[in-house]
Design a protein around this ligand. Structure first.
Ligand SMILES: [Zn+2]
Length: 417
């Protein structure tokens, strides 16, 4: 009797386990299958630098989740789909991407996508200003190749930087596309979350792809320093978007400023809107495009701009401390090499800084790994002969030669690690 009771208990436990396993499986299979993929870089074709595959620091499989706070274990989004992360790479801004690096990363992404078919959705996370050797519109090329693998029925939701470019084929092959609404990009994660939430909402409701999409090119191309949304006219332009959104009728609208440091036909402003109401979508896109065009003359730099000599004259004549001069021509956050030595050479050669009682100047910064290594080796207070800079962009002057006293050695040690 006892034996049969034990057997019955075991049987019940086994049956419960079987049922719960099955019901979990059923619950899982009810959830949409959504892959994650993307390559992000802003690459200047005016820099002599080239970007290789390692620079993308690709995350693969489950590692991809770590990039997104909204995919943490205790988030709600992580439980709302069968997430199938493939490959996601994010490089610092830099020079043109080698064709080999692009092909290697794209090929691996396609293979990983093929391995997780069939899919209901894809979250495609890109920057939108990648330049690749011998290829126009890399993101457009990438999404077409993805479509060839996953098919045309899968709903693709794309998130981009507002300094990216949206070519017709990128717009055509993505169903939901959005970009940041703030520059500086304080809403980057919020925008990525919006792309994911809108995708899930369309998949879960069964509504799928929006019925209508409007893509309007706006023939304007501005430097990033002119597009801050902290000041007008970009503040009101981007600020007009939320009022246009109306659930499924008008799901989202976005404005791309594009990227001026790559000479490609796709590089110009674009407005995209989409939703299920034809009139609302058309009206929203036209309204934003007209607003963008009407304020085109009002975009200005966030600080006064002038030539080097005039900037220096003003700095020397000013009693304001510190007086900051920014060299926009070599901006590493927009793809510049960040090691051009022209400005530092001008500073060192200027008579105003040669006298013992002259004004002091801090130049930040010129990278020089060997220089720093030497400083660490010789110690605090040592005199160093060395050069720095112009390792990547050596088209102007030459590496900056210096006899410097080694100070701040702790910082140097940290930097070299
Ligand atoms: Zn940007």
């Amino acid at each position: 009797m006892r034996k049969s009771l034990v057997s019955l208990t075991l049987l019940l436990v086994a049956a419960t386990a079987f049922i719960s396993c099955k019901s979990n499986k059923k619950a899982d299979s009810d959830l949409p299958r959504v892959a994650i993929a993307g390559l992000a870089i802003e690459s200047s074709t005016f820099s002599p630098a080239v970007t290789h595959a390692e620079a993308f620091r690709a995350r693969r499989g489950e590692e991809v989740f770590s990039y997104y706070p909204f995919f943490s274990e205790d988030s709600t989004l992580i439980h709302e789909a069968q997430w199938l992360p493939t490959l996601r790479g994010h490089a610092m801004p830099g020079g043109i991407v080698t064709r080999e690096a692009y092909e290697t990363l794209v090929q691996e992404t396609l293979e990983r996508l093929e391995a997780v078919l069939p899919l209901d959705g894809l979250y495609f996370d890109i920057h939108g200003a990648m330049s690749v050797q011998g290829l126009d519109d890399p993101e457009g090329d990438f999404i077409v190749r993805i479509r060839e693998v996953i098919g045309t029925d899968v709903v693709i939701s794309t998130c981009m930087d507002l300094h990216g470019s949206v070519s017709p084929r990128l717009a055509q092959n993505t169903d939901l596309i959005t970009c940041y609404r703030l520059a500086p990009h304080e809403d980057a994660i919020e925008s990525k979350r919006r792309a994911v939430s809108n995708l899930l909402s369309r998949l879960k409701s069964g509504k799928g792809k929006p019925k209508y999409k409007a893509w309007i090119p706006v023939p304007i191309l501005l430097a990033g320093e002119q597009t801050s949304t902290r000041i007008e006219p970009a503040k009101s332009l981007y600020g007009a978007i939320p009022a246009l959104i109306d659930n499924d009728n008008m799901i989202d609208a976005s404005i791309w400023m594009s990227y001026p440091w790559a000479d490609e036909p796709r590089n110009h402003g674009v407005v995209v809107a989409y939703g299920d109401d034809k009139e609302a979508v058309g009206k929203a896109a036209e309204q934003l495009a007209a607003h963008f065009w009407n304020v085109r003359e009002e975009f200005d730099f966030v600080a006064p701009t002038t030539t080097w000599n005039r900037a220096l004259e003003q700095a020397l004549a000013s009693n304001v401390q510190p007086f900051i001069i920014s060299d926009m021509g070599d901006n590493p956050t927009a793809g510049g090499a960040g090691d051009v030595t022209w400005t530092v050479t001008e500073v060192l050669n200027h008579p105003a800084f040669k006298k013992a009682d002259s004004k002091s100047v801090i130049y930040a910064s010129i990278p020089g790994k060997d220089f720093v290594a030497k400083a660490v080796e010789l110690g605090v207070g040592a005199q160093i002969d060395g050069t720095a800079g112009a390792e990547v962009d050596d088209r102007l002057p030459h590496p900056f030669a210096s006899k410097a006293k080694s100070q701040l050695l702790n910082i140097a040690k940290t930097a070299i690690k």
